[in-house]
Design a protein around this ligand. Structure first.
Ligand code: 0PR
Length: 397
């Protein structure tokens, strides 16, 4: 039995937890190279623990928290090209993407709905297809991981309810040609729902643009774009769980929300999949955004970008064995094998030495992914390359 009869004092429980959690990897070790999450900002942690009871499932009881949620969404909208937005904080990018697909389906209830997705789209869209029964129509990507706009044109049809574009792909951090996709969609039918998944890029691309980098327009500045996903618990450095579903205000229609008439705080409409959901992390995120300002986020991104360039340069030292899959445009680096040794083997040996990267073995080419998050320091990168060098020696002599 795991639960005993008698209480155990708190100090002993904490000690037991420390022992058990000792098995977990720590972001602070710098060895988690393949995660899109990081050690949450400490001010945000403090704020979340100050307001633990807030429940946005019943916002009528917590109108102050509900207002902060609204403002957090609007601040994210401003970063993404429009303050005239509505939406909800979510448990992450998956929930935000699923909500987007539900909105698209309800705006255009067709008997045989189809959603057009780049093949680089995140798994959450396939979950949505499974839940809602729409047919995913996949756009293949070329050697540069770009979709063919002609394919988009020929795939659009009268069953299309939505098209998805990605601003910061999961494996390589790339940006789809969202402005050109928007034009093609508008020419075919401006009523088609165009959703942009910027779960990762939403807190990177805007600040890299401030730093002078240029990208395809990827946000609400493209008028065909109806909604976006952008996640505070990734590069926003907020606590898990926090994602964002952000929709252009003009897309909102009565009847899109799900009626919950009996709540203690009064009848409201739900957009989220969750009922009861944490307000603490929303309060924390509002506070974190105000505290950091645009400048604070830019500094986070700028630090990650410096380390990304350093990491990329160090790969050059091993060019005869490994190379980048494409030149990184944000802090995501895909690495492929240049020899007959499969990259999965390099990954296996790295894991044995305690380095955790993302492994995309079904991609062409198969790759390992590094996400240069704020917890990855120069020292950690140097230690990684020391170990990589010995692994490559072991493999190639
Ligand atoms: N959209 C994109 C483009 C994503 O990359 C992700 C997650 C999502 C949506 C879904 O976000 P949630 O996981 O918040 O629902 N991408 C990360 C990845 O696949 C998720 C992750 C995070 C994986 C931390 C591992 C990890 O340690 O890498």
């Amino acid at each position: 039995m795991i639960l005993q009869e008698e209480p155990i004092d708190q100090t002993a429980v904490i000690q037991a937890l420390r022992d058990l959690l000792d098995k977990d990897e720590q972001y602070q070790s710098g060895r988690i190279l393949g995660s899109m999450c990081t050690y949450p900002n400490e001010f945000a942690q403090r704020l979340a623990s100050m307001f633990p009871e807030k429940n946005l499932g019943d916002p009528g009881l917590f109108p102050g928290t509900a207002r902060l949620e609204d403002e957090a969404i609007k601040m994210m909208g401003e970063i993404l090209g429009s303050g005239s937005v509505v939406g909800n904080m979510t448990t992450g990018g998956s929930e935000a993407n699923i909500i987007a697909m539900r909105v698209a389906r309800n705006l255009r209830p067709l008997p045989d709905p189809e959603v057009i997705l780049p093949e680089t789209a995140h798994a959450s869209f396939f979950k949505a297809a499974d839940f809602m029964g729409f047919k995913p129509r996949i756009l293949e990507v070329d050697d540069n991981f770009m979709i063919d706009l002609g394919d988009l044109e020929s795939t659009l049809n009268h069953n299309t309810i939505a098209v998805v574009g990605i601003a910061g792909t999961t494996a390589l951090g790339l940006v789809d040609p969202i402005d050109q996709m928007g034009k093609i969609i508008n020419d075919f039918d401006p009523g088609i729902y165009f959703h942009i998944d910027a779960a990762f890029g939403g807190f990177v691309l805007p600040f890299m643009r401030d730093m002078g980098h240029s990208f395809h327009p990827y946000d609400f500045s493209v008028n065909a774009v109806k909604s976006m996903t952008s996640d505070p618990h990734k590069m926003g450095t907020n606590l898990i769980p926090s994602g964002g579903f952000i929709m252009r205000e003009s897309v909102y229609r009565d009847g899109l929300g799900f009626d919950i008439p009996y709540l203690a705080g009064g009848a409201i409409k739900h957009f989220n999949i969750m009922g009861t959901r944490p307000g603490s992390v929303v309060v924390a995120f509002w506070g974190l955004m105000k505290h950091l300002g645009r400048k604070g986020f830019r500094e986070i991104v700028s630090g990650c970008w410096e380390n990304t360039k350093y990491f990329r340069e160090r790969i050059r030292e091993h060019e005869s064995y490994l190379n980048v899959v494409v030149e990184p445009i944000i802090n995501v680096i895909g690495i492929k094998s240049e020899t007959r040794t499969p990259i999965t083997e390099v990954d296996r040996l790295l894991r044995k030495k305690g380095w955790y990267l993302g492994l995309f073995k079904n991609m062409e080419p198969p790759l390992i992914r590094v996400v240069v998050m704020p917890h990855i320091t120069r020292n950690a990168i140097d230690a990684f390359f020391d170990d990589l060098e010995s692994i490559l020696k072991e493999l190639h002599g």
